[in-house]
Ligand binder design. Structure first.
Ligand code: PEP
Ligand code: MN
Length: 338
């Protein structure tokens, strides 16, 4: 069962709840988020009851959660969670489009891309400095230097940056560069040590869905992050692997309403890695927003033909701007701000 404590709780009140759980023979997991503290009592649930905890000082509410995922479940928190990225809300009524190239290449490329995504109306920018490539012989990303290039370009347009963390040993470097949103890529969705580490900090995390992960596995991966105390998680569907070979991956739009029901956390869609072709991106992006996604992660390159990575799926600046306009129309129809 979970015991949710309010923000103003004292250490003594937390200690009392922990002691009560232990006295009843249960293990304790304490997850200190920025908005709420969730204490999990692990063990035989039949021996616990909200009546034991609800009257205790500092306790907001307590409940049995049937699902395996607790903190991220809608059951544990009815309202939609809005993740604050340097003052920009992800989740809630406003749709956010995170645009930018697949990878950081040069300062000129990133400066231009930042200018273009900003003028198209994006409030956040993407770009990979560490790239998970299928082949060890292809461009692996600019690494540490790439973070500096990205930071410098995005700062000129006041854009928070989203970039992938592949290796736990780079976490301090990410924090030094004040990366605003840490992306956990598809291939690392079940890298539990990595998930635990990003769970220890409060930076927002975009958790991409594993190539062949079920929705439950994905929710459980998010629970790893939340259990450590980081509740700032954004789910990102980017296409899954099926028997179909006509396109890179199959965009699972079905997961949007499903996740919206199962979790209070925001859900965004990456139409670029789903379709794998630039001409498919607008359709998939529009379908995602119409289905209720809270935003998009879209690859845009100043000159796609010259992109060092994922050239086929990058929109050019004009295509990106046109997409933004058509999304504005959809947002209006479904009563969301853009
Ligand atoms: C990316 O967004 O750059 C990326 C590598 O995505 P994925 O992990 O979805 O393949
Ligand atoms: Mn890419």
């Amino acid at each position: 069962m979970i015991i949710v404590m309010n923000k103003e709780v004292t250490e003594e009140q937390i200690g009392n709840v922990i002691k009560k759980i232990q006295d009843l023979g249960h293990e304790v997991n304490i997850s200190r988020g920025t908005k709420r503290i969730v204490i999990g009592a692990i063990g035989d649930e039949t021996k616990l009851d909200p009546e034991i905890f609800d009257p205790m000082p500092g306790v907001e509410y307590s409940m049995h959660i049937v699902k395996q995922y607790k903190i991220v479940s809608r059951e544990s928190h009815q309202q939609d969670s809005v993740i604050d990225v340097r003052g920009i809300p992800v989740g809630g009524n406003q749709i956010q489009v995170i645009g930018g190239p697949c990878s950081v290449e040069t300062q000129t490329q990133m400066d231009l891309a930042a200018k273009q995504v900003s003028s198209a109306g994006c409030r956040l920018m993407r770009g990979g400095a560490f790239k998970p490539r299928t082949s060890p012989y292809t461009f692996q990303g600019k690494g540490r230097d790439g973070l500096g290039i990205f930071r410098a370009a995005a700062d000129k347009y006041n854009l928070p940056i989203v970039t992938e963390l592949m290796d736990v040993r780079m976490l301090d470097t990410f924090l030094e560069h004040d990366v605003d949103v840490i992306q956990i890529g598809t291939r690392n969705m079940q890298n539990f040590d990595l998930l635990k580490e990003v769970g220890r900090i409060q930076k927002p995390v975009i958790l991409k869905r594993g190539l062949s992960a079920t929705v439950t596995e994905w929710l459980m991966a998010a629970e790893y992050i939340a259990a450590g105390g980081n509740h700032n998680i954004i789910f990102c569907e980017r296409g899954i692997r099926t028997f179909e070979t006509a396109y890179r991956n199959v965009l699972d739009v079905t997961c949007v309403p499903m996740l919206k029901r199962e979790t209070h956390l925001p859900v965004i869609i990456d139409p670029s890695h789903a379709g794998g072709k630039a001409w498919m991106v607008p359709s998939l992006a529009r379908a995602a927003i119409a289905a209720g996604a809270d935003g998009l992660l879209v690859e845009m390159h100043p000159n796609p033909c010259e992109a060092w990575c994922d050239a086929d799926q990058a929109l050019n600046p004009q295509e990106f701007t046109d997409l933004m306009s058509s999304l504005r129309g959809i947002a209006q129809v479904i009563g969301r701000t853009f």
